[in-house]
Design a protein around this ligand. Structure first.
Ligand code: 5GP
Ligand code: MG
Length: 464
């Protein structure tokens, strides 16, 4: 991944009572790698004790070889991380585990708590000593301090104090517990593998291990999975459903079902809508691979303009690619995506892309297409301009870094990027194309309407 790519967030996985819990968790995480490439780990329970492995790097580097088979146990959880709160260091890798006199528990968390600073200050003033800078650790401190008797009641008590986005899987000696916050910001799905329950951020993870998809965990739902089966509970106050619309636009894998819909199909619908709103004739439609592929296909289908692959992605580019000199950096864009000159030369093209955040990557790619001898470039974006930061787990920079905030008009952004025309899908068009989902979406990065209370200072500046 190049240095100008934005950060992603996290993916989580869990399986209860399966003889191959370790290796299935390894595979499950492999399918979620796109959700976090910085560190990863897994925790395994043998019915009493929990052991875990965490490390910096990709899933096969940290958990590959025999490692995932060697930690023995029939229940496991796993996590891939790209820091959204907490810096990029090993002690911030998850799962995060504590041993307490009464219980051991490990947590894998996706999402951001918006009241983390407040909670942590309070806990610290009461004597809590934190080992990490992650907001996820706060949940375990709250859990341990709860006056409730039963473990589950302690857990409900702890989570009720948290605000913001959290899809979580807990592992204890004899249970796994899946939780989705009342707004349902982040996805979490339920599957079954040879009779054993599986939880995962996305269904592509279930597909890889041949697990059957059962359903999405609902917003505000807690599922407690133990030897006595699955119990569904609703211990929290209800809230409006606000699933993250950006999961559909960019984050989730196109082969997943999230929030009850196929990511692939939603992206195609966004592309069709874009063609309806901004029709145009050209020699062909192309995408910026891979994330723009599906909207581009939808655009081509709806407009009748043929589809071509104008750029080819090198699949061997890893995040470890370092650009040591200016000379090498200049070539960086083409290392990942190479324009096909033969196809592009002298053509009028529609370039479809899923989103523009800072505008820098897009600018580089357009330049590369231009240099391939194209005649006209008309860019179409399958979401509206991103104008507001995300406090719920997507690492959108502060307002100043967002190109749609820096520049006043779409025309100016188009000029900055170097295209002949630039059009974005409208907010209403996007909402219509995405549909109802599980009841509603958070589109705060586009419209600034945050579904929870936000204390801007506190939400973004944790304890670095
Ligand atoms: P920009 O031109 O804003 O620098 O980059 C836009 C590109 O980044 C698009 O290709 C889009 O698919 C991709 N993108 C959008 N959001 C994210 C993100 O959160 N993380 C990463 N890695 N890429 C993103
Ligand atoms: Mg992209």
């Amino acid at each position: 991944m190049s240095t100008c790519d934005k950060k992603e967030y996290c993916g989580i996985f869990g399986i209860f009572d399966h003889e191959n819990a370790g290796s299935l968790t390894y595979l499950g995480l492999y399918a979620l790698q796109h959700r976090g490439e910085e560190s990863c780990g897994m925790a395994v329970s043998d019915g009493r004790r929990i052991k875990q492995i965490t490390g910096m790097g990709l899933v096969p580097d940290v958990l590959g070889g025999k490692k995932s088979q060697e930690i023995k146990g029939r229940s496991a959880i796993g996590h891939v991380r790209y820091s959204t709160t907490g810096s990029s260091i090993l002690r911030n890798a998850q799962p995060f585990m504590i041993n307490h006199s009464k219980f051991s528990v490990s947590i894998a968390h996706n999402g951001n708590l918006v009241n983390a600073v407040k909670l942590r200050r309070k806990l610290e003033s009461e004597g809590a000593i934190f080992q990490t800078t992650m907001d996820s650790e706060i949940i375990l401190h709250l859990l341990v301090r709860s006056k409730n008797e039963k473990f589950e009641d302690k857990l409900f008590d702890a989570i009720s104090q948290c605000e913001g986005a959290y899809s979580i899987i807990f592992l204890t000696g004899d249970k796994i517990i899946g939780v989705r916050d009342p707004n349902g910001f982040r996805p979490l799905c339920l599957g079954k593998k040879n009779g054993s329950y599986v939880l995962a951020s996305e269904t592509c993870s279930l597909d890889l291990i041949d697990a059957e998809y059962v359903r999405a965990i609902e917003p505000g739902e807690v599922v407690v999975i133990s030897a006595s089966g699955l119990e569904s509970k609703r211990p929290f106050k209800t809230a409006v459903t606000a699933s993250c619309i950006f999961e559909f636009i960019y984050f989730a894998r196109p082969d997943s079902i999230i929030f009850g819909d196929s990511v692939y199909e939603v992206r195609k619908r966004l592309g069709r809508k874009l063609a309806e709103e901004w029709p145009m004739n050209a020699d062909f439609v192309m995408s910026i691979p891979d994330s723009g592929n599906y909207a581009a296909l939808g655009y081509s289908e709806k407009s009748g303009v043929p589809y071509e692959y104008g750029m080819i992605r090198n699949h061997y580019i890893g995040r470890t690619f370092i650009q040591p000199s200016q000379e090498m950096r200049q070539h960086g864009v083409k290392i990942k995506l190479n324009p096909i000159k033969k196809i592009l030369k002298g053509k009028k093209v529609i370039v479809v892309e899923d989103s523009i955040v800072r505008g820098t990557t897009t600018g580089g790619r357009i330049k590369a297409i231009r240099e391939a001898g194209v005649k006209e470039i008309h860019m179409r974006i399958s979401c509206p301009p991103i104008k507001f930061p995300c406090f719920y787990g997507i690492d959108f920079p502060n307002r100043k870094e967002l190109i749609a905030n820096q520049l006043k008009s779409v025309e100016e952004i188009g000029k900055f990027i170097g295209v002949d025309s630039l059009k974005y899908l409208s907010l209403n068009g996007m909402l219509e194309a995405v549909g109802k989902g599980e009841g509603g979406f958070c589109a705060a990065c586009f419209d600034g309407k945050y579904p929870t209370k936000i204390n801007r200072k506190a939400a973004k500046s944790p304890f670095e």
